[in-house]
Design a protein around this ligand. Structure first.
Ligand SMILES: Nc1ncnc2c1ncn2[C@@H]1O[C@H](COP(=O)(O)OP(=O)(O)O)[C@@H](O)[C@H]1O
Ligand SMILES: [Mg+2]
Length: 210
């Protein structure tokens, strides 16, 4: 294990190397606050993969790491560019390191690109949203310029612990929020043309709201 890449409220990410000497990212969940528990519960309750969870916070976090790992695998397996998942053990998740020599790649939020580059990235994200909904049957539920990294000029979607299956009662609400975030970012910050909200929702789900 080497340096800390990020110290968030609930988890820390470390740069580490595996036995083969390849870079990996190690995400360790540490928080045990009531606030964290409340916030993660809304994403676990309603997901049929996580029935029968007790109120025990330690167990909840173990489930949460399993959930992030499974979500990553499901997304990776349908061709969405996410960090390749390697292992989940207790409160620890090991995945592909997105960056070089221990320096993480920038977040979309942290870069300034040309119009053509933004258009390309936008189109890739729309493509990933379609794969996520139709093939992985998941909604990210925290998608924004803060959870997309830019590596080798490619968008990489991260932070998928809260992603829910389509059966989740709030799935459509989360999807609408994700779509609004993406449209807002690409229109207002990147300054490019995007789909309209209804149009993008239909593009992703094949159906209209109402
Ligand atoms: N696989 C990864 N490789 C390199 N850096 C990463 C990786 N995953 C996350 N990071 C970095 O760590 C930060 C926090 O990770 P994230 O999964 O978004 O956790 P949270 O937002 O819950 O703290 C990200 O913004 C990114 O800078
Ligand atoms: Mg994040």
């Amino acid at each position: 294990m080497y340096g800390v890449v990020s110290a968030g409220k609930e988890a820390r990410i470390y740069w580490a190397k595996n036995k083969k000497g390849e870079d990996v990212a190690v995400k360790i969940y540490l928080t045990t606050t009531a606030e964290f528990r409340k916030s993660i519960k809304q994403y676990i309750i309603g997901d049929p993969r996580f029935e029968n969870i007790s109120g025990d916070l330690r167990k909840l976090i173990l489930k949460w790491v399993q959930k992030e790992f499974k979500n990553l695998k499901r997304m990776y397996n349908v061709g969405i560019r996410v960090p390749k998942p390697y292992y989940a053990y207790r409160n620890i998740l090991v995945m592909e390191f997105i960056g070089e020599n221990g320096i993480r790649a920038p977040l979309l939020k942290e870069v300034r690109l040309t119009e053509e580059e933004y258009v390309e990235i936008y189109e890739k994200i729309v493509h990933y949203l379609k794969l996520m909904y139709n093939k992985a049957k998941l909604v990210h539920a925290d998608l924004s310029e803060y959870n997309i990294m830019l590596y080798d000029e490619e968008p990489v979607i991260i932070d998928v612990s809260q992603a829910v299956t389509l059966e989740h009662p709030m799935a459509m609400y989360f999807l609408i929020r994700d779509i609004k975030n993406i449209i807002r970012y690409f229109r207002e910050e990147a300054g490019i043309e995007t789909h309209g909200f209804d149009e993008l929702l239909e593009e992703i789900t094949g159906r209209r709201l109402k």
